[in-house]
Design a protein around this ligand. Structure first.
Ligand SMILES: Cc1cc2nc3c(=O)[nH]c(=O)nc-3n(C[C@H](O)[C@H](O)[C@H](O)COP(=O)(O)OP(=O)(O)OC[C@H]3O[C@@H](n4cnc5c(N)ncnc54)[C@H](O)[C@@H]3O)c2cc1C
Length: 305
């Protein structure tokens, strides 16, 4: 290992408990696609102070930083990430105040939606089956079945590039279809406040169960995936186009276009990131040749070849 790297390792293990710092951590363990090479440094802080210290160290040593939540919308390339991957999963506290809740970025949406239902608060039913964290979901303006994060976010707290914490109003979040200003300006979201509405716990739970039922029937949940691989093109559906192009079941190595849901590319076992990238390229080119629509990836591709 190079001297600089040893120094970084020492600095990180002084700032965070040793078990929170890993070297050459396989990213396949931290993405729902189950692919991705090693992260040079992988840290999972449990407090804001640890998070800020890790970022200070990255800034001092000019290490690029990749923030991850549950890795459910991420394709990390096989060469891994030559910087610091910072997982928010252990920053997951929620403070409830009547019909609002302030949540740290790493809380899973399913946990938040379940807790809201117990408290008879409506608004997050659509989110119960999205396997991401609050940070990843707000960043992407995740949505399903007519709902999206922009409908329930009231304000957020971010760290800007200089490491300064700032509050952003709803308007400043700049939400649009599967993106936000947090994504466009590469901010780190540390917490979000949600505005929910009073409802009845049994109905909220029933609606969550109904939507989970729809997912189970229509999505290949038995195989690793990153959910919808491509964004919805204007006026159409990526899945419809992929299926109409005759691509169901098309495979590249261990990556396959699901036969259950054409917009899901699944890992049938032993897939590499390269398999997914090649398959995605083939899908994009075939759909464009047949229908003139160029699909855009919803999944975020990061890392080195
Ligand atoms: C089976 C399945 C079903 C899915 N269904 C849906 C669905 O119905 N609707 C939908 O919209 N998505 C869906 N997804 C995709 C995914 O779950 C969502 O996009 C989710 O919001 C991603 O959250 P995450 O925590 O996993 O983010 P990650 O995958 O970890 O990260 C995604 C992006 O967000 C960034 N990011 C993560 N946390 C932060 C943070 N705190 N601050 C700044 N940037 C951050 C990352 O750098 C990355 O660019 C599905 C995925 C799967 C596997």
């Amino acid at each position: 290992m190079l001297t600089g790297e040893k120094e970084i390792e020492l600095a990180l293990t002084r700032a965070l408990p040793c078990e929170r710092v890993k070297l050459f951590e396989p990213m396949a363990k931290h993405t729902t696609l189950r692919v991705g090479g090693p992260a040079r440094f992988f840290v999972q802080p449990t407090t804001m102070e640890q998070l800020k210290s890790a970022l200070d160290i990255a800034r001092e040593y000019e290490l690029p930083v990749l923030i991850i939540g549950n890795g459910s919308n991420l394709l990390v390339k096989d060469g891994g990430y030559r910087g610091m991957v910072l997982s928010t999963l252990s920053l997951n506290r929620a403070v409830w105040n009547e019909d609002t809740v302030r949540v740290e970025a790493g809380l899973r949406l399913s946990t938040l939606a379940r807790e809201a239902a117990i408290r008879s608060l409506s608004g997050l039913e659509f989110a119960a089956g999205i396997p991401g964290t609050v940070g990843g979901a707000v960043y992407m303006n995740a949505g399903a079945y007519g709902g999206e994060m922009s409908q329930v976010v009231k304000r957020v707290w971010i760290l800007d590039q200089a490491g300064t914490e700032r509050e952003l109003s709803f308007e400043e979040c700049g939400f649009s279809y599967r993106t936000s200003n947090i994504a466009k300006e590469k901010m780190l979201l540390v917490a979000a406040q949600f505005q929910l509405t009073a409802g009845a716990a049994p109905q909220i739970q029933e609606e969550m169960n109904r939507l989970m039922g729809l997912r189970k029937a229509k999505q290949p949940l038995d195989f690793p995936s990153a959910g919808s691989f491509f964004k919805r093109p204007p006026g159409d559906y990526a899945g419809r186009l992929i299926q109409a192009a005759g691509l169901l079941g098309t495979a590249e190595g261990g990556a396959e276009v699901s036969t259950l849901h054409a917009n899901f590319l699944v890992n049938r076992g032993g897939a590499t990131a390269q398999d997914f990238l090649k398959l995605a390229q083939y899908v994009v080119e075939t759909v464009e040749r047949k229908f003139g629509t160029r699909l855009q990836m919803e999944v975020q591709v990061v890392g080195e070849d």
